[in-house]
Design a protein around this ligand. Structure first.
Ligand code: ADP
Length: 180
């Protein structure tokens, strides 16, 4: 069971816009109208049709998720989720970040996505401490995959070698300990 779990998670260094998966997750902002970082890269790669669709959604609260098509991306779907802005840990940031993962997985189930790719939500412009965010990402993923068989592969896309190393390190901690 544990072995099977580990095999369903992959950590890679790269660009999420290139991923050939059913759905990529976008670290969006509450407007869903695009922005910098990974959000900007996804909008540029998907083309203007993506903005046309997100305009019809009317925004997304922090911690929730909304689905659009992927348009010119290799991915069929984009799951837009809004991470919390780090404010010292006094604004329920941990719980809100966990909700991003939980609600993104729920959305993936609803659209029947079997393969999904996540960026490191909130750890760019939103300044969530990387190690703390990666712990939340991997623990929520482990919990979800333990309770759900329909998602076959979860890929974490690390933008740069520092993020890659941190994901590997936390992965070893989270997956080589007893599950409770
Ligand atoms: P947030 O506002 O949620 O912090 P950012 O886009 O600023 O979102 O950063 C989130 C993470 O996405 C950061 O780790 C950043 O390095 C990474 N990132 C930026 N561009 C890409 C990309 N093309 N593919 C994957 N990750 C990316």
């Amino acid at each position: 069971m544990e072995t099977n779990l580990k095999e369903r998670i992959q950590i890679v260094e790269g660009d999420i816009t290139k991923m050939e998966v059913d759905a990529i997750i976008n670290a969006a902002n509450t407007s869903l109208l695009g922005g910098g970082g990974v959000d900007g890269a996804i909008h540029r790669a998907a083309g203007p049709e993506l903005l046309a669709e997100t305009k019809t959604i009317g925004g997304c609260p922090t911690g929730e998720a909304r689905v659009t098509k992927g348009y010119r991306l290799p991915a069929k779907w984009v799951i837009h989720t809004v991470g919390p802005i780090w404010s010292g840990g006094y604004g329920d940031e941990d719980e809100l970040l966990a909700n991003c993962y939980i609600n993104s997985f729920k959305a993936a189930l609803e659209i029947g996505a079997a393969t999904v790719a996540f960026p490191s939500i909130s750890t760019g412009v939103y300044r969530f401490p990387l190690e703390r965010a990666v712990n939340i990402a991997l623990r929520e993923t482990k919990f979800f995959l333990q309770n759900n068989q329909s998602i076959k592969k979860v890929i974490f896309i690390c933008f740069g070698s520092d993020a890659y190393k941190k994901y590997q390190e936390v992965f070893n901690e989270v997956f080589n300990q007893e599950t409770h």
